[in-house]
Design a protein around this ligand. Structure first.
Ligand code: NDP
Length: 333
């Protein structure tokens, strides 16, 4: 195939440190090995994409590199029996966009094992409005449910990093399911937006960011979905109700956890880790099905902005500063 397509290619500068982005025309032969060739329609911007675009975290070890950890599009060619030309597919995780070329290109070639079929009821744009961030929110909600948390229990669910991607989608799903949701944000100007998504209350993230001054604080939360980590996670652990459940998703506030084990021992608090990258196929499919039924399309639309691939770079810097609200879709086609 001699077809040319547009791609964002990262290279390192001569000092080997600075990452230099460039929009280029590539051909199919430039793509890495894989069993399915996909024409990418939409990608997205996650926090991790921001890190990769700015050369942070040593996530990419080999350049030239095409970033974009998520994409959705249509199969052009497949040597794997599970997929044929014309099938619509989604890719999130598996370190695509990090150790394998990703979705900031109009074509991608990947392993069939990494794909899931686009579920009925979602467009490629909606799938990328969800993206890794929204998929992670669904996994976190499923984790709370599996631990016995339900909307008919008395109590509130805390969502931190609320105005970000994981937070915005988590609030939308939880409120649709009938939970009472409290959103923690450092951007009070987004209070109306968060209430519109379904938060019944807003708390200032500064209050939660203080390390707890005692191993146990007053019982406050039935469950929590945390994008922040560090002292914020330590603080909420000390505030969980008896048998409360925290789904730990992210580290926007830092990777450390300066906590004591007392909430686990005296209140039976449960801390569940959420990993979207290596999540097994069956669970992935289940989560995507749940996103069709339990995430209202209208709320998702309200939390999403779409920009062309040519405009992605400034957003990569913005997301690292906590400056992107909700979800950003990249129109690649
Ligand atoms: P976003 O940047 O969209 O959202 C993060 C939010 O966290 C911000 O919007 C902001 O919310 C808040 N925040 C930012 N900086 C700080 C800070 N210093 N202290 C406290 N809060 C802060 O990112 P995503 O939603 O895409 O990802 C959220 C986190 O989840 C990231 O750490 C990401 O790496 C992780 N993640 C993990 C996955 C997994 O598989 N476990 C998958 C996807 C993401 P506000 O303005 O409302 O305060």
């Amino acid at each position: 195939m001699s077809e040319k397509f547009r791609a964002l290619v990262l290279n390192t500068a001569e000092d080997g440190k600075e990452v230099l982005p460039e929009f280029k025309d590539l051909s199919i032969n430039d793509l890495p090995e894989g069993d399915v060739l996909v024409r990418v329609a939409h990608s997205t911007l996650n926090y991790k994409d921001g890190m990769i675009l700015n050369g942070l975290g040593r996530l990419v070890r080999q350049y030239p590199h095409v970033p974009g950890v998520d994409f959705a599009g249509e199969v052009v060619d497949s040597s794997d029996a599970r997929y044929k030309a014309g099938d619509k597919v989604i890719l999130t995780g598996w370190r695509v966009g990090e150790s394998h070329w990703g979705g900031y290109a109009q074509m991608a070639r990947v392993k069939a094992d990494w794909l899931v079929p686009l579920p009925d009821g979602l467009s490629t744009e909606q799938a990328m409005a969800i993206g890794t961030a929204g998929f992670t929110s669904m996994l976190a909600v499923m984790a709370l449910e599996e631990q016995g948390v339900s909307p008919d229990q008395d109590g509130e669910i805390l969502v931190t990093g609320a105005a970000g991607g994981v937070g915005s989608v988590a609030i939308s799903i939880l409120s649709h399911l009938g939970y009472r949701v409290v959103a923690s944000t450092g951007r009070p100007e987004n209070a109306d937006y968060l209430k519109h998504l379904g938060a019944s209350d807003i708390v200032d993230r500064a209050a939660l960011a203080e390390a707890p001054n005692r191993p146990l604080l007053s019982e406050r939360w039935l469950g929590a979905i945390d994008s922040v980590g560090s002292t914020t996670l330590a603080h909420m652990l000390a505030e969980m109700k008896y048998h409360g459940v925290v789904a730990a998703c992210g580290l926007a506030g830092g990777p450390d956890l300066p906590a004591t084990v007392i909430p686990f021992l005296l209140r039976g608090v449960r801390l569940i880790g959420i990993d979207s990258v290596l999540c097994p196929y069956e669970r992935r499919v289940r989560a995507w099905q749940r996103l069709v039924t339990d995430l209202p399309a209208k709320r998702l639309g309200e939390a999403t902005e779409t920009v062309p691939l040519s405009a992605v770079l400034p957003y990569g810097e913005k997301i690292l500063k906590g400056g992107v609200r909700g979800r950003l879709v990249i129109d690649v086609a």
